[in-house]
Design a protein around this ligand. Structure first.
Ligand SMILES: *[C@@H]1O[C@H](CO)[C@@H](O)[C@H](O)[C@H]1NC(C)=O
Ligand SMILES: *[C@@H]1O[C@H](CO)[C@@H](O)[C@H](O)[C@H]1NC(C)=O
Length: 324
């Protein structure tokens, strides 16, 4: 009795100390304090479905904006993530595709649901950095880029239906299951980190949608568990993929802008359910998004495979003028 009680206590202590803290990376802004970056999602298809065209234009725009890094919002390798660390898809879909000089920067990547259908441990393995030094993929982490803090979140475990039908698709839940414990620990850590963030711009990245008018629509688990926290802590932008299109949706109950950058390869699904009054922009084809941040402005642009700007706008934090 005493024994098992002690054992239970001990495992509780072990468990609480093993709760992974959100790893933090520091990425300096430019010397003038600004920052620019690209975000791309749903891409790894050996260059097919216009992946190479998107990559080419990312290279051009990346040069023009002198980007500091690139964000991948997940579904990095189709159809089922990586098989192992020697999977040729890593080279065929990443190294040999994003070859432009301006794209030889740090990539910060999260996992999508398709990545979870493969060997997640392989995709997260730091050994991939030896094949391509740009690669960094983790479940959840923070990039502190001075004027902006980026919170990268592992959203796949939130979605209940992925847990329910293991016959349809196998998901690699190693180091994740049980779901509830994983999610509550992640949300707890995120809340602390958001509360501590003093950056002008708080940007959250996850594979799954919060707001979307396309095929997948909203992700109810995220709307319920994550969105209230983002509103509470004044998050400015949420960037996701999952729906293979480009979207900008604003809010009436907060200042959050919802961006979908899921046009990295296979697009043109022709699904739009324009029920949302806050829909600012929707494009069903391939493309990507750029963010240019300064201490007062965030300028956001969506591009197609020709490098045309399809939609752009600026968020200004005017109150900053009279604080400083
Ligand atoms: C990419 O090419 C590899 C090697 O030929 C193949 O195994 C993989 O299925 C391809 N991926 C896609 C998405 O076509
Ligand atoms: C590639 O992009 C062009 C221009 O947007 C489009 O017409 C074409 O259908 C795309 N190809 C595929 C396979 O999606």
């Amino acid at each position: 009795m005493v024994h098992s009680l002690l054992a239970a206590l001990f495992s509780l202590i072990l468990y609480s100390s093993s709760m992974a803290e959100l790893t933090r990376f520091f990425h300096p802004a430019k010397s003038d304090g600004t920052l620019s970056l690209l975000a791309i999602g749903d891409w790894g298809r050996n260059g097919t479905f216009n992946q190479s065209l998107v990559a080419y234009q990312m290279g051009m725009i990346g040069e023009e904006l002198d980007i500091d890094f690139i964000i991948s919002v997940g579904d990095n390798f189709y159809e089922s993530g990586l098989r192992d660390v020697d999977d040729i898809s890593f080279e065929e879909s990443f190294c040999k595709i994003y070859t432009a000089k301006s794209l030889q920067k740090q990539w910060y990547s999260v996992l999508g649901n398709h990545d979870y259908r493969g060997n997640v441990m392989a995709q997260l393995d730091p050994i991939l950095k030896q094949i391509d030094s740009r690669w960094l993929c983790m479940r959840s982490f923070i990039v502190d880029a001075e004027i902006a803090n980026f919170f990268f979140l592992d959203t796949t475990p939130f979605v209940k239906k992925y847990w329910k039908n293991p016959k349809k698709n196998q998901y690699d839940w190693r180091e994740v299951a049980p779901r509830k414990r994983y999610i509550s620990s992640l949300l707890k850590e995120l809340e602390i980190a958001l509360g501590e963030s003093a950056a002008t711009w708080k940007i959250v990245i996850g594979h799954h949608t919060l707001r979307s008018v396309s095929e997948h629509g909203e992700t109810p688990e995220l709307v319920k568990l994550l969105l209230p926290m983002l509103i509470n802590y004044g998050v400015d932008i949420y960037i996701n993929g999952h729906d293979h299109c480009l979207q900008h949706i604003s809010s009436t109950d907060s200042f959050i802008h919802f961006l979908t950058s899921g046009g990295g390869s296979k697009a043109w699904r022709g699904i739009i359910m324009p029920t949302m009054e806050n829909l600012q922009f929707f494009y069903d084809g391939q493309g990507f998004v750029s963010l240019q941040l300064s201490s007062t402005d965030a300028e956001i642009k969506f591009y197609n495979v020709f490098g045309d700007v399809l939609h752009q706008w600026k968020i200004t934090k005017e109150f900053y003028d009279y604080i400083v």
